[in-house]
Design a protein around this ligand. Sequence first.
Ligand code: K1U
Ligand code: ZN
Length: 173
Amino acid sequence: MPTRPLVILPDPKLRLLSEPIPAITDEIRQLARDMLDTMYDAPGVGLAAIQIGVPKRIVAMDVSKSEVERHPMILINPEILWASEEKRAYEEGCLSIPDYYEEVERPDRVRFRYTNLDGQVIEQEAEGLMATCIQHEVDHLNGVLFIDYLSRLKRDRIVAKFRKAAKRESVGS
Ligand code: K1U
Ligand code: ZN
């Protein structure tokens, strides 16, 4: 089970714009496997490649929340095609900002397109947690974090807290 280390706030990699994937190679298939293993191990319901330091437009997702019946998805070059006017607030977390959760309001339903590992282009509609998760993950591909939707005060506080923790860790090691 090859897991990879997570990139944690305030690492500047999290602000990179990830590059489209032009072809599904063995390297991409291995990356997808490592992303799923890392996501399940964390545990999380989603993971963008940049969260393990790879600036490519690929996302792992499983919103089934069941360890018995897993529904792993790999989304290559995902795009949001449409978002509903109706919004929904969901308490979001982020594997790159451990142990911090805040409510974020986003469109309740989205239509999105992606390529799967077999090279098929899929269009799908999502609502609820899946809609929230796909928006959170596409944001990661564009260097956007869920804390960007919070007040400047809350965002600055959480960034400062993680900056301090990173400094302590670099001094301690
Ligand atoms: O991209 C990430 O950082 C993963 C993140 C995705 C996400 C969670 C909640 C709302 C939107 C997007 C997570 O998976 S955080 C962990 C989490 O939510 C969770 C962990 C275990 C079981 C169920 C949920
Ligand atoms: Zn995240």
